[in-house]
Write a new protein. Structure first.
Length: 125
């Protein structure tokens, strides 16, 4: 009994102190140009803590600078959990009459179609 208890304590100790770690990641800063199909649409960018600010278009083109964003994950043995991937954060919002039409993450933005000038086309059919 004493031997099995010692083995149990040893296994628990090893599990507590080995291979349990938190890792931090960071996205790259990015610059994008967007166009929307209707000039009355508002384009908002996430500024942090759930706050968004409106972007201003010049000739229906929105210039957007997205700063580096932090994320990370926890890992125990080979299993990753509590994943927070910055490229999946919804950072751009399209509004019409103050109603949310669509939200975009960095990964979603980079999959959009582009025009001949290299601008991403938001909500273009």
């Amino acid at each position: 009994m004493k031997k099995s208890f010692s083995i149990f304590v040893l296994v628990i100790s090893i599990c507590m102190f080995s291979n349990c770690a938190k890792f931090e990641t960071q996205s790259k800063p990015r610059h994008y140009q967007f166009m929307v199909e209707k000039p009355e649409y508002k384009v908002m960018i996430h500024k942090g803590a759930g706050e968004f600010s409106q972007l201003t278009a010049i000739d229906n083109v929105f210039n957007v600078d997205i700063p580096a964003m932090g994320g990370g994950f926890s890992k125990f043995l080979w299993i990753k959990y509590n994943k927070s991937i910055p490229e999946d954060y919804k950072i751009i919002r399209i509004l019409a009459n103050d109603k949310l039409i669509k939200e975009f993450s960095i990964n979603e933005i980079e999959q959009l179609k582009m025009d001949a000038n290299g601008r991403f086309l938001l909500l273009n059919k």
